[in-house]
Write a protein that binds this ligand. Structure first.
Ligand code: FES
Ligand SMILES: [Fe+2]
Length: 405
């Protein structure tokens, strides 16, 4: 981030901290209809038009560390397989044999020269080509070139691997725009994956992810944790095209020199600028990843729909390498501290889902600080288009506030 940008953010935080009302011209955000969180048909529309047509972060390069490393992956509800080829390129395929659909990789992860289907022995290379099959004489006119594993679009920024289940549409860099630039600026090519953990939550995925799109809740649910060092009223928000956004929350003035005790002694990301060092800067990659940048390693929350009223929240940590030895013990402290905050964040989600399903809920009333939530819904409707039932639509009002360069 250059000096002008840093100065602009600091001025923005000062402005936000001192304003008496939303900026001139900012609209009252229309109420979000509750059925968007409870309706099975709307859930399917979101899966089809949002989730299955987005570039989605899937794995980090460390999960397939060597040539021939593979990992099965199904967080998008499809049986997928990532494999690092002998050319070091990470590819993604359906883990589905072209003969009759058995999985070609049965272990959850491992290392292989290729994949031999366990059912009848069809054999595939690391690049997904069908290279051998038993009793070829019995197949009439079979063109093995047309029986490769079905590929999934897969592109990377540094070691972050994204997929898109839609075979058409823009590239990853075009889709992510400024969010992708930000990812790249933070040593995307050499941060290591420290940990990846999943939490199952009994609510619609939006109920969960919305807790990470605002800091209005800090004074209530994080009174003994985050609120002690962050000043939520100074938060600067940037809304970007395609649903992406950023939120920068200043540290409390009296905590300017505070250092997270869970990070003491860890190697630091030299690329971290003044903003990363002195604020909580969080970038949201639409539709489902929130990365909170920190110089001693950044946590990312990634959210997955598993049903209308169930979801998964994953926490991943990316950090500068500590060398070849075992993971420094301080990481355990850090995970523990973070999990405590996460449990504060998700404590109400199941009850909120019950409210949304009840007759007593008339819709969500959002304020200026919560505008990233409204942006999420507005972007979903933009993509779903006319298929959104009239009574479930959110009116588009944020376009004048989206930053396009
Ligand atoms: S299903 Fe794979 S070889 Fe038959
Ligand atoms: Fe929170």
């Amino acid at each position: 981030m250059n000096a002008d940008k840093i100065a602009q953010i600091k001025a923005g935080m000062a402005y936000e901290g001192s304003r008496k009302a939303p900026p001139e011209g900012f609209p009252a955000l229309p109420v979000i209809p509750p059925r968007r969180y409870t309706d099975a048909d709307f859930y399917q529309l979101e899966l089809t038009h949002v989730w299955r047509k987005s570039w989605i972060f899937a794995i980090h390069g460390d999960e397939v560390p060597e040539r021939g490393s593979f990992i099965r992956w199904n967080l998008m509800g499809e049986p997928l397989l990532f494999v690092r080829g002998n050319d070091d390129v990470i590819r993604c395929f359906y883990n589905t044999c072209r003969h009759r659909g058995a999985p070609v990789a049965t272990a959850e992860r491992g290392n292989a020269d290729g994949f031999v289907c366990g059912y009848h022995g069809w054999t595939y290379s690391l690049t997904g080509d069908l290279v051998n099959l038993r009793d070829k004489r019995d197949f009439v006119g079979l063109d093995t070139n047309c029986r490769s594993l079905i590929p999934v679009r897969c592109e990377s920024i540094g070691r972050y691997v994204f997929i898109n289940l839609d075979s058409n549409g823009m590239t990853l860099a075009e889709y992510l725009g400024q969010a992708g630039v930000t990812l790249n600026e933070h040593r995307a090519d050499d941060l290591r994956l420290v940990d990846r953990k999943a939490y199952h939550i009994k609510s619609n995925v939006k109920v969960v992810l919305e807790a990470f799109l605002e800091v209005y809740h800090i004074k209530s649910i994080h009174a003994d944790t985050v609120d002690r060092f962050l000043d939520h009223r100074g938060t600067v928000i940037n809304l970007w095209p395609n649903g992406h956004s950023q939120m920068i929350t200043p540290r409390r003035a009296e905590r300017a020199d505070w250092v997270d005790p869970g990070t003491i002694g860890l190697p630091l990301m030299e690329s971290a600028d003044e903003i990363v060092k002195t604020t909580t800067m969080q970038t949201f990659f639409y539709p489902n990843m929130a990365m909170a940048w920190a110089d001693a390693g950044s946590p990312a929350m990634v959210f997955w729909p598993t049903g209308v009223n169930t979801s998964i929240c994953e926490v991943l940590w990316f950090a500068p390498s500590w060398g070849d030895g075992p993971r420094p013990a301080v990481w355990d402290t850090r995970f523990r501290n973070f999990e405590r905050i996460l449990m504060e964040d998700v404590q109400f989600q199941e009850d909120i889902q019950h409210s949304l399903e009840s007759h007593g809920y008339r819709g969500s009333t959002l304020n200026y600080q919560e505008r990233r939530i409204y942006q999420w819904h507005e972007e979903a409707d933009r993509r779903i288009g006319d298929a959104v039932p009239a009574q479930m639509r959110v009116e588009p009002v944020l376009e004048p506030f989206i930053e396009r360069d």
